[in-house]
Design a protein around this ligand. Structure first.
Ligand SMILES: [Zn+2]
Length: 383
């Protein structure tokens, strides 16, 4: 749709299009996109074709808060461009940008990645110039005159005889056709990401300004808060807490690896086996901590192709694991009670797994026989 006059900014120069509404006597329609078409400006409007006809009068209304958010981001890219060149030197020159209402990206030519210190200096200079509340000026000048005043122009861009120069104070001066805040202070706050490579010699920085920056700060704080809760530590302690956890994971991985090695080698594993009414019953005496006994029980069942019952004894502790198909007829808890009747101690189980301690190691052999008797009786009772 074309209007005789339009207040809408059409997408160009990396700046996104305005959106808004058309109002007329008995109707209203949303303008969802605005694109240049030759010399004209084409509006994409959500309206039934019979509601508007050529020649109708409409009132065109731009979504002003959105335009203001876009202007904040656009002005922030100009200040970022200047700050980059102040910190990195004049060879850091803009290669493109994309300006939206809730973020902007800024691409520039530079032969290497930025250091943390450089990113930090750019960030501080950018926000210092925002706080300085620099006044915006717009001038139309012949191109050669504009260049003589030190305005930054983009090499790949085509300019007419008269160019528009946008300046903030006497600090950032650029050829630009976009929309801008009146004073840099309106940007409020600008957050930048570190740079990343998007092609040979071209880097990209992402930028958030105004309310979008505010939202990002509170989102980040929420993440830090949740991490702090999860790891039970103050946000400032998170890096050292995570480092400690990583070290702990490494230690456990090492321990698990050595445990697996010992299991595979069979080293100090002593195994007795019995076939009780078709059930493979394994007794293993190992030299291992209480918490590792179930690992040995799992390994024993694995070697028995996941079938049978494994009892693992380490010192005065023991663990029982029953292959799941058998667990209903032979619950670990019942096996443990049969074992304890002879070996003493305490213990219990749930489903296929159980553990106990305080047994008399001398009586393990007899206790193993008692478990065999129990299984025999139990399976006979169940047919
Ligand atoms: Zn611009």
């Amino acid at each position: 749709m074309f209007l005789a006059e339009t207040p809408f900014y059409a997408e160009r120069g990396g700046q996104t299009a305005d959106t808004g509404w058309l109002d007329w006597n008995d109707g209203k329609a949303s303008v969802i996109d605005v694109q240049p078409q030759g010399e004209a400006i084409r509006h994409r409007v959500e309206v039934r074709p019979d509601r508007l006809k050529p020649g109708d009068r409409v009132r065109a209304v731009v979504d002003a808060p959105r335009r203001q958010a876009i202007a904040r981001h656009h002005s922030a890219t100009h200040l970022l461009h200047r700050a980059l060149r102040d910190v990195l030197g004049e060879q850091a020159i803009q290669a493109g940008s994309s300006v939206e209402a809730d973020y902007a990206t800024f691409d520039f030519r530079f032969p290497r990645g930025l250091t943390t210190d450089e990113v930090d200096r750019v960030y501080r200079l950018l926000n210092e110039k925002i706080r300085a509340n620099l006044e915006r000026h717009v001038e139309e000048l012949p191109l050669d005159k504009a260049m003589a005043t030190g305005a930054v122009a983009l090499f790949d861009e085509k300019y007419g005889d008269l160019v528009r120069v946008v300046s903030f104070g006497d600090w950032a001066r650029e050829l630009c056709g976009g929309t801008h805040v009146e004073r840099s202070g309106e940007i409020g706050l600008a957050l930048i990401s570190g740079d990343r490579s998007i092609g040979a010699g071209v880097r990209r920085i992402e930028l958030r300004a105004g309310a979008a920056a505010e939202r990002q700060v509170s989102d980040d704080e929420q993440v830090l808060h949740e991490l702090g809760e999860a790891l039970r530590t103050a946000p400032a302690e998170l890096p050292s807490r995570v480092a400690a956890l990583q070290a702990e994971v490494k230690r456990l991985e090492k321990e698990a690896a050595s445990l697996r090695q010992r299991l595979a080698a069979g080293g100090d594993v002593r195994l007795e086996e019995a076939d009780v009414s078709g059930v493979r019953l394994m007794l293993q005496r190992v030299d291992a901590d209480e918490k590792d006994l179930l690992v040995f029980a799992d390994a024993a069942l694995n070697r028995a192709n996941g079938n049978g019952v494994a009892i693992v004894v380490g010192g005065r502790n023991f663990a029982v694991k029953v292959a799941s198909p058998l667990a209903e007829r032979l619950p670990a808890n019942d096996l443990i009670q049969a074992f304890r009747q002879v070996a003493g101690g305490k213990g219990g189980g749930r489903g296929p797994v159980g553990q106990g301690g305080g047994i008399d190691p001398e009586r393990v052999g007899d206790a193993f026989k008692s478990v065999q008797d129990y299984i025999r009786t139990q399976l006979k009772a169940h047919g």
